[in-house]
Design a protein around this ligand. Structure first.
Ligand SMILES: C[S@@+](CC[C@H](N)C(=O)[O-])C[C@H]1O[C@@H](n2cnc3c(N)ncnc32)[C@H](O)[C@@H]1O
Length: 391
């Protein structure tokens, strides 16, 4: 998709939300002419009442910009419930904490499945950065869950001494990332400036800076140096997030679902334009500097960095596999059992299963990382291929 195609329609706005654009321009001016891409992404997605996730527009599903696994099918929550129930049973009970709950679809479906299995958590916490989404989750859960809604509460961070399961689906890829380019023996940070009526990339040597040191610490673990001109991203915010889980998790398991790869694949020589992706009305493209506040911006996850951060925080890297393997191991195919193969219901279930598990769709692109502390029970979802060797 050429980004010019996106902005040529009558309703399109290359610059995005004018109030958000003005806010970011002020930040650029105050910073002396340019801000990091992480700052830009943070404001574009989360500036109060203006950012993409907080401005009140619909992001998820067919009337939004993109579709996530729990929005795509209730089968995702049904399978996840199998894994969560297993952990809660082996812990002898506990809580769930979902980070970044979006529309609240996963929370609602998961609690209903766990109630059916007789394995409800004591409490269901949600950590949601966007106040507008928090409100939407509250409304949805109150109307759909009735009595069960009393277990749900919102928090700013994981409660201390947490015992149970922490979940995050497509949250890491929405956390702000830095962009950098290899320039010979040096590193350049790709920063965001304002010129000629739009946001523009500018490069600044970052070789000796904190960011430069961080990137170097990643690149020195690769087998071969990256070629001149190679463009990529890194997201130290995510490491801090994993560190914060490490502080509060006492007993239990963290399940992180996201688009991403182990480091060797992430920094593959052929991935020379990075992993940044934007979504606007279900069209994917790679220009985050247009449609500011009106489109989603995401950056794939370097799961090796997540595993390193977990080890640094005293967590165990318990398992790593693809979404397809996880869903197959937790019984996604059972959904069709007893359903007439000639029925419309069967056709719909099959379409959902394909979307969630096929390699060309979400099945291989989304990975699942399990982190644990003081948990030596089994993890049914990871009984298929163990991909920890790729981290
Ligand atoms: C791509 S959406 C995914 C929503 C939902 N998990 C799903 O799968 O449909 C990203 C979600 O993460 C939230 N989010 C991003 N960064 C966050 C953070 N640091 N803490 C809490 N929520 C965050 C966003 O507001 C949004 O709800």
């Amino acid at each position: 998709m050429n980004s010019d195609d996106l902005v040529s329609g009558p309703t399109a706005a290359r610059g995005g939300n004018p109030r958000l654009v003005a806010l970011i321009c002020t930040a650029i001016e105050q910073a002396g002419g340019a801000i990091s891409f992480a700052e830009y992404m943070d404001l574009a997605l989360f500036a109060p009442q203006l950012g993409y996730y907080d401005a009140g527009a619909e992001q998820f599903g067919s009337s939004g910009d993109f579709i996530t696994a729990p929005e795509s099918s209730p089968l995702f929550a049904r399978c996840l419930a199998v894994q969560v129930a297993e952990v809660l049973n082996q812990l002898g009970g506990g809580d769930i904490c979902e980070v970044g709950a979006g529309s609240g679809a996963l929370a609602a479906d998961l609690l209903e499945n766990l109630a059916e299995a007789g394995c409800l958590p004591r409490r269901y916490f949600i950590i949601e950065r966007s106040p507008a989404l928090r409100q939407r989750q509250h409304t949805r859960l109150a109307s759909r869950l009735e009595d069960l809604a009393g277990r749900v509460s919102w928090r700013d961070e994981l409660p201390p001494d947490f015992c149970g399961v922490v979940l995050a689906n497509e949250v890491l890829d929405a956390m702000p990332a830095h962009r950098f380019r290899v320039r010979g023996a040096k590193l350049a940070e790709c920063r965001v400036a304002w010129a000629y009526g739009g946001f523009r990339w500018v490069e600044a040597d970052c070789s000796g800076s904190t960011l430069g040191e961080h990137v170097q610490s990643i690149l020195c673990t690769l087998d071969d140096p990256l070629p001149d001109g190679y463009l990529s991203e890194c997201a130290p915010h995510r490491q801090h997030f994993i560190g914060s889980l490490g502080v509060s998790l006492n007993r239990g398991v963290v399940l992180l679902f996201d688009y991403g790869y182990g480091r060797a694949e992430y920094f593959h020589p052929q991935r020379c334009n990075g992993t940044l992706r934007c979504f606007h009305r279900h069209q994917a493209h790679d220009d985050p500097l247009i449609l500011t506040g009106l489109q989603d911006i995401s950056v794939h996850v370097d799961f090796t960095a997540m595993a390193e951060a977990a080890l640094g925080a005293g967590l165990e890297v318990a398992a790593y596999t693809t979404q397809a393997e996880f869903l197959l191991a937790t019984g996604i195919l059972e959904a069709c059992r007893g359903v007439d193969p000639a029925s419309r219901q069967h056709a719909e279930l099959t379409a959902q299963i394909k979307r969630l598990t096929l390699p060309g769709q979400m099945g291989e692109a989304i990975k699942v990382l399990a982190l644990a502390r003081n948990y030596d029970g089994s993890l049914a979802g990871f009984s298929g291929r163990d991909l920890r060797g790729r981290l």
